[in-house]
Design a protein around this ligand. Structure first.
Ligand code: ADP
Ligand code: ZN
Length: 219
């Protein structure tokens, strides 16, 4: 089953994707994580991608699309994957449809997460990530058991550079509105979207949504 996580920054896409991945065995493929890994290792792709990411801009399709295509051909993704952070534009969605169609596959489910804007900005500022195993925490909502230490692997938690830069946060939310939110219509027309609200105001957080989605996927 090929699943896409949709939703603005800070809605909890990564958290929900990680939980669904654990329960279903489908790998979580996060384009942001792949870029950050490459930036850390100073690969050619990483150096190029960082020019865009540090400013809060999208990395061009010439770099992003082949990277995703290659990742989808790896063994663990044969029966499906959970895409987290891709597609982000209508063009990327069309290219993904082509990539999957060539293998006789399609997008089976799009999980669209929504969260009120004030909660989103707060969550981005309080987000902490484990560069080693990619787990995500939040100093207020979902703190690690020991401050600054990853529950899963013991790695040191950090704040992403683009999460500590308010200008980059603003830019990313703007791009989401302009370029990514049209994907809601795109996948609604295909009849594969499920929209789920994650918000403190309704006491429904990532793990609650993940649990419902796993049940839906398994049935
Ligand atoms: P967020 O959704 O919180 O902005 P991600 O980890 O998904 O974070 O992505 C971090 C950055 O990586 C983005 O701001 C963008 O620059 C780049 N990026 C990730 N996925 C894509 C994509 N599908 N297309 C272009 N750029 C991407
Ligand atoms: Zn970790």
């Amino acid at each position: 089953m090929n699943i896409i996580m949709l939703g603005a920054q800070g809605t909890g896409k990564g958290t929900v994707a990680g939980l669904i991945s654990k329960e279903t065995g489908f790998p979580q493929i996060s384009t942001g994580d792949i870029f950050r890994q490459n930036i850390k290792e100073k690969t050619e792709l990483g150096v190029e991608a960082d020019k865009y990411i540090s400013q809060g801009n999208l990395v061009p399709d010439e770099i992003t699309v082949p990277m995703v295509k290659n990742r989808l051909t790896e063994d663990d993704a044969i029966n499906g994957a959970i895409l987290d952070g891709f597609p982000r534009t209508i063009e990327q969605a069309q290219k993904l449809d082509e990539i999957l169609a060539a293998e006789g596959k399609k997008v089976d489910l799009v999980i669209n997460l929504t969260t009120p804007k004030d909660e989103i900005i707060e969550r981005m500022l309080t987000r902490r990530v484990c560069p080693k195993c990619k787990a995500t925490f939040n100093t207020k909502l979902h703190p690690p058991k020991v401050e600054g230490v990853c529950d899963d692997c013991g790695g040191a938690l950090v704040q992403r550079d683009d999460d500590s830069n308010p200008e980059a946060i603003r830019r990313r939310l703007e791009i989401y509105e302009e370029k990514t939110s049209p994907l809601v219509d795109y996948y609604t027309q295909k009849g594969v979207i499920k929209t789920e609200e994650i918000s403190l105001s309704i006491n429904r957080m990532g793990p609650d949504v993940a649990k419902d989605m796993v049940e839906y996927i398994k049935n």
